[in-house]
Design a protein around this ligand. Structure first.
Ligand SMILES: *[C@@H]1O[C@H](CO)[C@@H](O)[C@H](O)[C@H]1NC(C)=O
Ligand SMILES: *[C@@H]1O[C@H](CO)[C@@H](O)[C@H](O)[C@H]1NC(C)=O
Ligand SMILES: *[C@@H]1O[C@H](CO)[C@@H](O)[C@H](O)[C@H]1NC(C)=O
Ligand SMILES: *[C@@H]1O[C@H](CO)[C@@H](O)[C@H](O)[C@H]1NC(C)=O
Ligand SMILES: *[C@@H]1O[C@H](CO)[C@@H](O)[C@H](O)[C@H]1NC(C)=O
Ligand SMILES: *[C@@H]1O[C@H](CO)[C@@H](O)[C@H](O)[C@H]1NC(C)=O
Ligand SMILES: *[C@@H]1O[C@H](CO)[C@@H](O)[C@H](O)[C@H]1NC(C)=O
Ligand SMILES: *[C@@H]1O[C@H](CO)[C@@H](O)[C@H](O)[C@H]1NC(C)=O
Length: 906
């Protein structure tokens, strides 16, 4: 039943929401966590006065504060960081720092400050960062920053400053970063920078100013200048050259000249940098068209060189002369894109890179070189990483000579994606014996892989071949690269994967194999045989459905058998409608199974039983109607992600009650739960979210648990009864008989004493008659009232008539059994007398029987022979004939007592 509950829920939810909104609107609380108070975006016009006094960070950004009155901060004397950005603060009072002696970071970006007076920061000695970006400070007079002895970072970008002059005397001796970009500075003069005479600047950012004049000695007045950023300024060649000259003999290490309209470099442009230790140079985004020979001959210490996004038409053989120490060279999109009439000419002269002896990383992506000439890379004796993605226009075939120029490079990675390569000849990579990663993805390769293509790749670890035209495999395709660990063959119209021996057979070290999107329909069970290190297998978007059908000729194909290390398997979109029960049996380590977008409906109960370490299961967009415990109990145990959306769930107790119950209790991440999990049947719930299925009516028929409980209870009770009957059955039946006779109306035959003819009837074995005679007749003689019925005497000798016995027993007040081994064996006693006596006893009550043991008889023998037990009788009715003569009188006395006792159960 889908209950009416959801609507109530929505109602309460709505109510809660509006209440919550009301509350927050009126309270308007800053969020305080771990001594950090976030009061941003709260339309505040005043500093809140109700925050914990021990906060160390106060965020007041994006409000409507006009001032920061020092008194309002008295309370927050522990503040270390005060962020007042994005307000309309136009005035700063000296008292602020006085109230905040521990303040280290003061951020007032995006405000309306225009004036900084000498007093403004007078108490801010502990400040290390001051952010005044995007205010309207146009001029700084006198020395407002003089007391900021600990300041490390000062951001004055995006103001209206027309000069770099921030003071008239030496100050800011600990400053490391001075950011002055986006101001109106148009000249660099030494008298406007000399206040930094004691500073060591790691970064001086003057980008996006309109600098057109650099006066002599300007950089030398700065104590030490390690990094200078002059991006987005129209410097051109001449000003660039001048700046470099000014930098001569400074400690400059990083120089960024990105987008400075440097269209060409000559052998003089950077000559000024000869007397420096420049390690980083950024010349990106310059439309740089021409690099004359020896342009960088002055930069023997350069390590990082960025030339990306330029327009270089031609690289001369000495363009890079002198860059002996460059490790990292970025030539991404550095060369002209338009095909000129000289397109067929090479843009890079042979031996152009021969100077770059230390180069390890070369990026030449997104260019359009015609091809690779025989000495293009010659001399790159340290090169390890070469990125040539989308670099060539006509590198159609990789021949055994294409990479000769890399023969002496210790290349580890070669990226050749997106180059329209259509063919790899045998031995194409035979020069690259160190190569570990080869990316040939997204090309147009269409050929049979004989295996010779990889000849010489003795250290290869990863080969990417995904997204090519077609690859026909042979048994030897990978025979020469047994070191391979990752092989990507996605969407390559892979042919012949079912040959024997398998193409993958030599790849004993393979951990990742991608065969997805190949429309593969035929594979055999040896394809992956022996790949016992395989961890990730991608087989999605193929056509493997037939292989797992019962009806497949020769039975299902178990192509996953033995992959004991497999962690992740993707089998999405294969048309599967059957999964053989034991297909995942060996895969104990599986963490992720993707079976989405198939046609699965009913799964056999134990199909996932061994997947106890499963973390992620995807079965979305199948035809699953029921989610039952016997299939999903095991794999759901440790799951962190489940996707079973878009299945036609059957919302009945039998099909999804367990699932819904599990959803309600699990912490597993189930995305799209409300929208993607809908009932399909029964018709009245079509389209309802599965989560709204009410499982409470299912509980009665929660059949198995209940049945189990009932069954076990029955079993336990049964066992108890059996045991009870076994050990105490005699007692039960005995008392049962007694009760039945009572209840069914046997009158208690407690007749008057005079009704009895005898005091007792003595039952004994024939062989014990002497003892009976000897013992009982003297008793009769002593006491005339005592009269026993002794068979030997009172019946005609030998003629024991049964009827007479019955009558005699009936007319006896008590029945005495003289128990000996002989009695136990006497047939008449066993069959008739005892039974009758007991019958009589039951009618008359138990005390009417007296047992006299002439010898020791174990209880079980007694029970076995006569169906009597000692426990049936009161102890005074059980007498043992003493061995010692002197005790006979005591025995005698006891017998008299027993004879005299009333016939009563109580
Ligand atoms: C800061 O004050 C709040 C209450 O005002 C208190 O709960 C918290 O423990 C204090 N933190 C420290 C580090 O003293
Ligand atoms: C203050 O809050 C803004 C916006 O929420 C955030 O961008 C900024 O980083 C915060 N400042 C500090 C110091 O945490
Ligand atoms: C902040 O200080 C101003 C004046 O200094 C005072 O009028 C105002 O009440 C204070 N606000 C708070 C929240 O303490
Ligand atoms: C600077 O901070 C220290 C603690 O780090 C403090 O003792 C000192 O008083 C502060 N100085 C000023 C001028 O506020
Ligand atoms: C710079 O190149 C010119 C020719 O373009 C040459 O005459 C001059 O000697 C070169 N200067 C240096 C320092 O190499
Ligand atoms: C460059 O570095 C060397 C050694 O590290 C040093 O001796 C020399 O003074 C530095 N030159 C400059 C201009 O700083
Ligand atoms: C390259 O292959 C051709 C045949 O295709 C062969 O004649 C030539 O010797 C090979 N060159 C090298 C360096 O192996
Ligand atoms: C090769 O380069 C392409 C484009 O930059 C990149 O997407 C891909 O990840 C690279 N391949 C490798 C193996 O690094």
């Amino acid at each position: 039943m889908i209950p009416a509950l959801p609507y109530q829920n929505y109602f309460f939810w709505g109510l809660t929401m509006s209440f919550w909104m009301l509350c927050t609107a009126s309270a308007n609380k800053c969020a305080v966590r771990h001594e950090v108070a976030d009061c941003s975006h709260m339309k505040l016009t005043q500093v809140p006065d109700d925050l914990p006094a021990n906060i160390t960070v106060l965020n007041l950004t994006h409000n409507q504060l006009r001032r920061l009155p020092p008194d309002n901060f008295t309370r927050y004397s522990q503040l270390i960081i005060l962020d007042g950005g994005f307000n309309t603060i136009s005035k700063l009072e000296p008292g602020l720092c006085q109230k905040l002696p521990l303040l280290k970071v003061l951020n007032l970006q995006h405000n309306e400050l225009s004036q900084l007076s000498d007093k403004t920061f007078i108490f801010c000695i502990n400040l290390t960062e001051l952010h005044l970006m995007s205010n309207s400070i146009q001029k700084i007079q006198d020395n407002p920053l003089k007391n900021l002895k600990n300041l490390v970072k000062l951001d004055l970008a995006h103001n209206g400053l027309s000069s770099t002059k921030l003071g008239t005397e030496l100050q800011l001796e600990n400053l490391q970063e001075l950011l002055l970009s986006n101001n109106k500075i148009n000249s660099l003069r030494h008298e406007e920078l000399d206040f930094l005479g004691n500073s060591s600047l790691k970064k001086l950012d003057l980008s996006s100013n309109q600098i057109n004049e650099v006066s002599p000695g300007c950089f030398h007045t700065i104590g030490k200048l390690f990094g200078l950023f002059l991006n987005n300024i129209r410097l051109g060649s001449s000003l660039t050259e001048k700046i470099c000259l000014e930098l001569s003999n400074t400690s400059i290490q990083n120089l960024s000249l990105s987008n400075v309209q440097l269209f060409r470099t000559s052998n003089m442009t950077f000559s000024g940098l000869k007397q420096t230790n420049l390690t980083m140079l950024d010349l990106s985004h310059n439309s740089l068209n021409m690099i004359a020979n020896d342009s960088f001959a002055w930069l023997p210490n350069l390590k990082y060189f960025n030339l990306e996004y330029n327009n270089i038409e031609h690289l001369y053989s000495r363009s890079f002369y002198g860059l002996f120490n460059v490790r990292h060279l970025n030539l991404k999109r550095s060369f002209t894109k338009q095909s000129t009439s000289f397109a067929s000419l090479s843009k890079i002269d042979d031996f152009s890179f021969q100077w770059l002896k230390s180069l390890e990383y070369l990026n030449m992506e997104d260019n359009n070189f015609p091809g690779i000439k025989s000495n293009m890379f010659t001399g790159l004796i340290s090169l390890k990483y070469l990125r040539l993605s989308n670099s060539f226009t006509s590198l159609r075939t990789l021949t055994n000579e294409t990479f000769t120029s890399l023969a002496h490079s210790p290349l580890l990675l070669l990226n050749l994606t997106r180059n329209k390569i259509s063919r790899i000849d045998s031995g194409a990579f035979s020069w690259l014996g160190h190569l570990e990663v080869l990316d040939l993805g997204i090309n147009e390769i269409g050929q049979e892989l004989t295996g010779q293509e990889w000849r010489g790749l003795t250290n290869i670890v990863e080969i990417y071949l995904s997204f090519n035209k077609y690859l026909q495999l042979t048994s030897n395709s990978f025979a020469l690269v047994p070191s391979l660990q990752q092989l990507m063959l996605r969407r390559v119209a892979c042919k012949n994967v079912d040959i024997s021996p398998s193409p993958f057979r030599p790849l004993r070290n393979l951990t990742i194999l991608d065969l997805s999107n190949n429309n593969i329909a035929n594979i055999n069970d040896e394809m992956l045989e022996g790949l016992d290190k395989l961890e990730i297998l991608d087989l999605q978007h193929n056509n493997l459905a037939r292989l797992w059908k019962h009806a497949n000729p020769g039975g299902p194909v178990y192509f996953l058998k033995g992959l004991s290390q497999l962690h992740i398997i993707n089998l999405e979109s294969n048309g599967f409608d059957e999964i053989p029960e034991d297909v995942f049996k060996d895969l104990h380590k599986l963490k992720s199974i993707d079976l989405g977008l198939n046609n699965l409906n009913i799964l056999s109960p134990s199909v996932f039983d061994n997947q106890i370490s499963l973390r992620s299961l995807n079965l979305q967009k199948n035809l699953i109607t029921s989610v039952e415990k016997d299939v999903f109990g095991a794999p759901f145990k440790n799951l962190t992600n489940l996707d079973m959306g878009f299945n036609p769930f059957d919302c009945t107790c039998e099909s999804i009650a367990w699932f819904v119950n599990w959803i309600n209790r699990t912490h597993t991440n189930i995305s799209g739960l409300p929208d993607h999990y809908l009932c399909n049947t029964p018709p009245q719930y079509h389209g309802f979210p599965v989560t709204l299925f009410d499982i409470s009516p299912c509980k009665d028929s929660a059949p198995f648990e209940l049945l189990f409980m009932i069954n076990t209870s029955f079993l336990l009770i049964f066992i108890f009864i059996v045991l009870l009957i076994h050990f105490e059955g005699w007692r039960i039946s005995f008392y049962w008989n007694v009760s039945v006779h009572r209840i069914l109306g046997f009158k208690e035959i407690d007749r008057q004493a005079e009704k009895y003819e005898y005091a007792a009837y003595v039952i004994h074995a024939q062989k014990d008659k002497d003892w009976v005679w000897q013992y009982f007749s003297p008793m009769e003689e002593k006491d005339q009232a005592l009269k026993f019925c002794l068979e030997e005497r009172d019946f005609e000798a030998g003629a024991l008539e049964l009827e007479a016995i019955v009558n005699s027993i009936k007319t006896s007040r008590k029945i005495i059994f003289v128990i000996t081994q002989h009695l136990l064996k006497d047939p008449l006693c066993k069959r008739f007398k005892v039974q009758h006596a007991v019958q009589q006893a039951i009618e008359q009550n138990l005390n009417s029987i007296i047992l006299i043991f002439l010898e020791e008889i174990p209880d079980y023998k007694l029970n076995h022979a006569l169906c009597l037990r000692r426990g049936m009788f009161k102890s005074r009715c059980i007498l043992n004939w003493p061995v010692q003569k002197e005790r006979i009188s005591a025995f005698h006395h006891k017998l008299l007592v027993a004879l005299g006792s009333r016939n009563s159960v109580h």
